[in-house]
Each structure stands twice: as structure tokens, then as C-alpha cells.
Design a protein around this ligand. Structure first.
Ligand code: CA
Length: 236
């Protein structure tokens, strides 16, 4: 096994939350628990999970459906497994409409949950490792990157990219909402041997931003201080 998958459990019922945490940690997952919708969104932004287990019924203004909608609106594409209290078709449909990938009705057997988690992670990784959809286009918020023509678009605005800029943007589009360190980016785009002292990456990032923001669009290529860069929506 490589790096442990990170699972965000959003559940306000303590007994269930701690049962899930213990079970998932035992299975080798890294687990974060949030007991409110607002905290779930913060947690997902600060430390993006590979999968979210999301209870529909949460106290406060942001319930599970709303968490789901906001994650999807922010461009997050990780699998989301909804937990519903009752076996009600309306809940399930609402959950799937909000962007959930699958749902589980409480009470459930832990083994069943594990099977779903594994299946969702597998499916997601397959999707990630593939080229984008049949149309060859990656999408994040209003930004699209066409791997056939090698043009990027902000909405309808077409952006021409140099080869390096294209490769750099492609790397981010393949890892949305993920912090990519300077070392990782340098290694992927320029290879191992590139001198570490150079500011070539900073120059390329700033060129890419200039292209991507030429129409006054909000910044999508964020600097994560002390860590690297991430393709994500500006924090509100
Ligand atoms: Ca609940």
C-alpha cells in the first residue's frame, strides 16, 4: 500500500463518528472527523480528502446535502458516500442530485461500508489515471483545458499556451484541489536535474496566471505559503 487514503467523516452522532474513525483507522485509512457542515467544508479545504463519508442530517445551517453541493460547486471531485437515516427514496435522490456518488442507509454493517469505500476509491483512481473524458477536456470551475487542441479556456475566452505552460496547467488540472509542492512540480515538468535555486517555476506560474486572469477572472492557481501551489477556488 502507498500513502494512506485520507477519509473525511462528517457525522454529528459521536458514537457513530468514533465507531467509523476506529474502524477506518484500523483498516489503514487516515481519518478526519467533522461534526458540522461548516467544519466539514473547512476540513476539506485545509486537507483535501480522497473520499467523504457524509451524513445527510447535520445540525446547523449546512446539512449534508448542502455540504455535498458546495464541494461539487468548488470543483472537488472526490467520491462522496452519503449516509441516510431512513430508507427514503426522496433522501437518496436528493443526495445523488447534490452530487453524491453512493449512499448507505443507517444502520449499516461496517463491512458493507468498507466495501463501498474501496469500490469508490478504486473507481475514482481509475478515472483519475485515465485521460479526461471522451472529449479530451479537463474542467475546473470556469477553466477548461482541451488536450486535443491544447487550448485553455476561461469560460468562452480562448487562451493560447506555450508547451511548458500547457504541461504545467495539465499537471494542475489532473490534481485539482491538491497542493503540489515545488519539488513535485519541478520533477514532473522539468525532470530531476533542474537546478533547485532557479526561479523558473515562479516565472512560469506568474505567466500562466497572467493568461488565466487576463479577462479579470478570479485566481484559480493559488500559492499555498510554505507548501507550493494548488488549483482551487479563492477562499471566500
Ligand atoms: Ca446526523
Amino acid at each position: 500500500m502507498g500513502d494512506a487514503h485520507h477519509i473525511l467523516v462528517v457525522e454529528d452522532e459521536r458514537a457513530i463518528a468514533s465507531f467509523l474513525r476506529r474502524g477506518l483507522v484500523y483498516e489503514g485509512y487516515r481519518v478526519t472527523v467533522a461534526d458540522r457542515g461548516s467544519r466539514a467544508l473547512e476540513a476539506a479545504r485545509d486537507d483535501p480528502p480522497d473520499l467523504v463519508i457524509l451524513d445527510i442530517m447535520l445540525p446547523g445551517e449546512i446539512d449534508g446535502l448542502e455540504v455535498c453541493r458546495r464541494l461539487r460547486a468548488a470543483g472537488d471531485d472526490m467520491p462522496i458516500l452519503m449516509l441516510t437515516a431512513r430508507d427514503e427514496v426522496a433522501d437518496r435522490v436528493a443526495g445523488l442530485d447534490a452530487g453524491a456518488d453512493d449512499y448507505l442507509v443507517k444502520p449499516f454493517a461496517f463491512e458493507e461500508l468498507l466495501a463501498r469505500v474501496r469500490a469508490l476509491l478504486r473507481r475514482h483512481e481509475r478515472r483519475r489515471s485515465e485521460e479526461p473524458g471522451a472529449d479530451g477536456v479537463y474542467r475546473f470551475a470556469d477553466l477548461t483545458l482541451d488536450t486535443t487542441s491544447r487550448f485553455a479556456y476561461r469560460g468562452e475566452r480562448r487562451i493560447e499556451l506555450t508547451t511548458r505552460e500547457y504541461e504545467l496547467l495539465l499537471l494542475f488540472m489532473r490534481h485539482p484541489n491538491q497542493v503540489l509542492t515545488r519539488d513535485v512540480i519541478m520533477e514532473r515538468i522539468w525532470g530531476y536535474d533542474f537546478p533547485g535555486e532557479s526561479n523558473v517555476l515562479e516565472v512560469y506560474i506568474s505567466n500562466l496566471r497572467r493568461h488565466l486572469e487576463a479577462g479579470g477572472e478570479p485566481r484559480l492557481l493559488q500559492t499555498v505559503r510554505g507548501a507550493g501551489y494548488a488549483l482551487r477556488l479563492p477562499s471566500s
